[in-house]
Design a protein around this ligand. Structure first.
Ligand code: ATP
Ligand code: MG
Ligand code: MG
Length: 549
């Protein structure tokens, strides 16, 4: 790939390596919370974290940030591992923040002993009110001056399950007057009598994100801990805990999150779409999830290329969905086999081709590859399906397809000339009648006739039927999350169209994950619901943005 300038995180890493920081070692982590499926925003974080490690001879840990028992599940853990692998990355270690619960508890005890943490009996509302405002300092309550001994005992009792949810919290004693609200005695632990998908019922107190994340980084000796911009105000607290506990000095760096047009990218919102049945599941091909994009037929390499192109910014921005589709098309154009499928069929009868006769033509698999990447057989006879839009009763000038008196080439076959057509009682065209030119066979054409248009077709007798799912944007506005009201009001009611198509027989050999180009119609991937009796294809992307025939 071509040289590009370093992004700001690579600059930091290179400076650290030259300065000999951490002996030049690079260890990053990708820290998903297993409360949903990964989406394209996570792909950006994955490509960055694993990409840095690859580039600088380092490693990346996959760490599940599983400190909130209520919303987390092993189904999500499994899907996350599958998605990261599919994207093409291998982690050094598979780790869980919950494996550090004992160690985190000990860290909390250390802070209590240093009089840097206290048990607070206040309600959430009281704590919020006592925190003050950005312009006014907070006020200490009577719990802040509890003795170390009392705090140790109360914290042990919290852990032992003596108190109900919400009765007490453990807070860090930092600075109630700090201009950074996150330093005004932040919560470290809350009581939650909930079953955890890994630790079961061993714990009824759970650490807050701010107390778990930095310490987990430090335990693993992560050198560069990359998160998104909203965590900038958390960084002082991240550093404070590490300093007070004298831990490995992991450092947090923030980058802009990926936002993309015509979609939503929060797991909470994506879960709503699944739960309320607006989509089939997390892997619905309209979803911005990695599993949805895989099912739709996006190659992993095109997603990596997209992440490379958008780069790493320090400011929030909105990326156009069409850039992702551009990367998908570029990849598929180079790598897919071409096949013929008729999505809106009308019958073409070749009146001078003997009925009952047939022949086998051939077509190369991929014209983008030297030698065509092999070829497949295509049966041909006197009755074919063509696209309804390739015939016009009254063709305008420069219509280079079929109409009475006009000629086209049938792809990989012969030139045909339209002689007449048949209509039903409602006035719909049902058949187009043509004559073919026997000397015009593709590859051995001696007819001397030139035609401007080439159309695709399939043999009526040999075609397979297929259900074809055509997708449009999931939302009808660019940024559904910024609109008034519920984001679901902005769903595109026409995001899925299901049609029945006729496809060339070789498509019975199609494989999931090996997208094909339906000539003139776009790129398609076999769906997981496809069977030998009923082929099902998802349109991955059209051939061109806003392409018109
Ligand atoms: P969501 O808002 O979708 O729930 P999250 O940040 O809570 O996302 P996590 O599972 O905690 O989800 O994210 C794992 C990692 O992926 C974090 O480091 C997070 O910063 C990063 N990440 C999540 N969403 C994006 C995004 N849109 N762009 C870039 N990185 C992201
Ligand atoms: Mg998170
Ligand atoms: Mg979240």
């Amino acid at each position: 790939s071509e040289e590009r300038s370093l992004n700001f995180i690579e600059e930091i890493v290179e400076a650290d390596i030259s300065a000999g920081k951490h002996d030049g070692r690079v260890l990053t982590r990708f820290p998903p919370e297993p409360n949903g499926y990964l989406h394209i925003g996570h792909a950006k974080s994955i490509c960055l974290n694993f990409g840095l490690a690859k580039k600088y001879n380092g490693k990346t840990n996959l760490r599940f940030d599983d400190t909130n028992p209520v919303k987390e599940d092993v189904e999500y853990v499994d899907s996350i591992k599958a998605d990261v692998k599919w994207l093409g990355f291998d982690w050094a270690q598979e780790l869980y923040a919950s494996d550090y619960f004992d160690q985190l508890y000990d860290f909390a005890v250390t802070l209590i002993k240093a009089d840097l943490a206290y048990v607070d009996d206040s309600t959430a509302e009281e704590i919020a009110a006592q925190k003050g405002t950005p312009t006014e300092p907070g006020t200490p309550n009577q719990f802040r001056s509890r003795s170390v001994e009392e705090n140790l005992e109360l914290f042990a009792d919290m852990k032992a399950g003596k108190y109900p949810d919400g009765a007490k919290v453990l807070r860090a004693k930092v600075d109630l007057a700090s201009p950074n609200m996150h330093l005004r005695d932040p919560l470290m632990y809350r009581i939650k009598h909930a079953h955890h998908h890994r630790t079961g019922d061993a714990w009824c107190i759970y650490p807050m994100y701010d107390f778990a994340h930095g310490q987990s980084d430090a335990i693993e000796k992560i050198t560069h801990s990359i998160c998104t911009l909203e965590f900038i105000p958390h960084r002082a607290l991240y550093d404070w805990f590490i300093e007070q506990l004298s831990l490995f000095p992991s450092h947090q760096y923030e980058m802009a999150r990926l936002n993309m047009t015509y979609t939503v990218m929060s797991k909470r919102k994506l879960l709503k779409l699944v739960e309320e049945g607006h989509v089939e599941d997390w892997d619905d091909p309209r979803m911005p999830t990695i599993s949805g994009m895989r099912r739709r037929g996006y190659p992993a390499a095109s997603i990596r290329e997209f992440c490379e192109r958008i780069g790493v910014a320090k400011r929030e921005n909105m990326i156009d969905l069409s850039l992702l589709e551009f990367c998908v098309r570029e990849d598929l154009n180079k790598n897919t086999w071409r096949r013929m499928a008729v999505l809106d069929p009308i019958k073409l009868v070749i009146t001078n081709y003997p009925e009952g006769q047939s022949e086998v033509l051939v077509g190369e698999n991929n014209p983008e590859v030297e030698g065509g990447d092999g070829e497949r057989e295509i049966p041909f006879n006197n009755e074919l399906w063509i696209e309804r839009e390739d015939f016009m009763e009254e063709p305008p000038k420069k219509f280079f397809r079929l109409g009475v008196g006009l000629s086209v080439r049938l792809k990989n076959a012969y030139i045909v000339k339209c002689e007449s057509f048949v209509k039903d009682a409602d006035g719909n065209v049902t058949e187009v009648h043509c004559t073919y030119i026997p000397q015009s066979k593709s590859g051995s054409d001696t007819s001397g006739i030139n035609v401007k248009g080439t159309i695709h077709w399939v043999s009526v007798a040999q075609a397979k039927t297929a259900e074809v799912r055509l997708y449009d944007r999931l939302f009808r506005v660019e940024d559904p999350s910024s609109e008034d009201g519920d984001f679901k009001e902005y769903l595109n009611p026409d995001s899925l169209q299901i049609i029945n198509a006729y496809v060339e027989p070789d498509l019975a050999n199609a494989e999931m994950g090996k997208a094909v180009q339906f000539i003139r119609k776009g790129y398609f991937n076999l769906d997981k619901h496809s069977t030998a009796d009923k082929l099902v294809f998802n349109r991955t992307v059209t051939l061109k943005d806003g392409w018109k025939v």
